[in-house]
Design a protein around this ligand. Structure first.
Ligand code: EPU
Length: 420
């Protein structure tokens, strides 16, 4: 869905959310799956793809390279039988971070790939050194030519590769390239997020030989070619976590269909410390109060640690907890875009460096605020649901990038939310 530039989200808060909501397919995993389709000349059909702007943007990046992409609701079909270019278009790539994932497939399949630095949320320095170290490890030459990074290798060769940091996109990009390399690649210190695991499952469904060995090690045995697949994207654990947190923040009783308990261990552990009752049911999870909400400490780290993408909505929920909470962000150096907005609403937040201290419970009041990035946007939405009076949120295009039909889903939980 695209959002009009002047559109605002208007929320009248103060009531506990109650009811059941179903989450979409994972935004990030779906983006990886679209890029994976470039590895084969055969059609790849993806189901349960979220209906969000980023998918349309990624489709444009692939179309520009010569792939045919058809979007029909939550089903996306990609056919990359004739790729006409090995360089991605700068303007399209600037729209989203995941666009850099065209590098691995193009390099693996065609021996050459070029892509300008990708866009994405401004949440800290977002280097690409892990991607390049991986491509070089496979024998590619990586250079900067004008505006683009270029990787070349007539035939990639499997290797043992160590990552300085378990970068999510870096891991996926290097796995993509390694699927068509000669011999075996072992990645040490690879990212272990469920979205990475899903990308490996899709590749295996396409004929690749990828093994997630646990311990942050991934082994890829190169094959001559990949084939098509029909594949269903996993539910979005960040969207699920956000709706669970909306229930918790408002002291409500919320069931989230698509919340996979094994993907949300770190959040569930914090819920228990906060006196939130968590009950898994077939296909989802329910949260409701188990006493007054308690303050906690949390560190955002790579999976299976607490997800950095839930840091901001979690902070919003903690404004309603009794006591002093502390969050330490260890993934990004600029995740605090939400702090000033929540303060405008009356939250008592103090941040220094990578840490935020939250004193609660703080009565929040409806105020005009901004969504600075997708997750900072989710945080102001949660704060607005707890606030007295009307909150008007600007720049909601950021929110719509990650949350399909957020207003519709929140209304299903009884929230007073509209677009104006
Ligand atoms: N990093 C490096 N070197 C690299 C790449 C990353 O040092 O070559 C560092 C970064 O500086 C950062 C950390 O690694 O401190 C995390 O970056 P990572 O590469 O893991 O993130 P990403 O792959 O660019 C994806 C998601 C993000 C999510 C992170 C972490 C997509 C499109 N983006 O980004 O999602 O926060 O993994 O889980 O999949 C979001 O959905 O809101 C979002 C920002």
């Amino acid at each position: 869905m695209t959002t009009g530039a002047a559109e605002r989200l208007v929320i009248r808060g103060g009531a506990p959310l109650k009811g059941r909501v179903t989450v979409s397919g994972s935004k990030n995993a779906a983006l990886y799956a679209l890029a994976a389709a470039l590895l084969t000349a055969e059609p790849v059909v993806l189901r349960n793809v979220p209906e969000i702007a980023d998918i349309g943007e990624m489709a444009e990046v692939l179309r520009d390279l010569g792939a045919r992409v058809a979007i029909d609701g939550t089903t996306v079909s990609i056919e990359a039988c004739e790729l006409t270019k090995t360089f991605a278009d700068a303007e399209r790539v600037a729209a989203l971070r995941a666009s850099f994932l065209v590098m691995g497939p193009l390099l693996g399949r065609l021996g050459e790939a070029a892509c300008p630095p990708p866009g994405g949320d401004v949440i800290g320095s977002r280097p690409l050194d892990v991607h390049f170290a991986g491509f070089r490890g496979l024998g590619a030459e990586v250079t900067r030519e004008g505006p683009a990074y270029v990787a070349r290798s007539p035939k990639l060769k499997g290797a043992r590769i160590f990552f300085d940091y378990p970068s999510v996109l870096g891991t996926v990009n290097v796995i993509f390239a390694a699927t068509l390399a000669e011999g075996v690649t072992t990645i040490i210190n690879a990212a272990a997020e469920p979205e990475v695991e899903m990308a490996c499952d899709l590749l295996n469904a396409m004929g690749a030989r990828v093994r997630n060995g646990g311990n942050n090690t991934v082994t890829v045995e190169g094959v001559a070619e990949l084939h098509g697949a029909d594949f269903t994207v996993i539910p979005d654990r960040i969207e699920a976590g956000t709706y669970l947190l909306a229930g918790v923040a408002t002291g409500g009783d919320v069931e989230v269909v698509g919340a996979v308990p094994e993907h949300l261990d770190s959040l569930v552990a914090k819920f228990r410390e906060m006196s939130v009752r968590v009950d898994p049911f077939e296909g989802g999870m329910r949260v409701r109060p188990d006493g007054p909400l308690q303050a906690v400490q949390m560190q955002a780290v790579p999976y299976p640690g607490f997800a950095t993408d839930l840091h901001a909505p979690f902070a919003a929920a903690l404004t309603q907890a009794h006591g002093v909470s502390i969050i330490h962000e260890r993934v990004y150096d600029n995740r605090m875009n939400y702090v000033a907005e929540l303060r405008l609403m009356g939250a008592r937040l103090t941040n220094a460096g990578q840490s935020v201290m939250i004193e609660g419970p703080a009565p929040l009041v409806g105020t005009p605020v901004r969504a600075h990035d997708v997750r900072a946007g989710a945080a102001v939405v949660l704060a607005a649901l707890c606030a007295d009076g009307e909150t008007v949120i600007r720049d909601i295009g950021h929110i719509d990038r990650g949350y399909a039909d957020l207003d519709v889903r929140l209304r299903a939980l009884g929230a007073d939310v509209s677009r104006r």
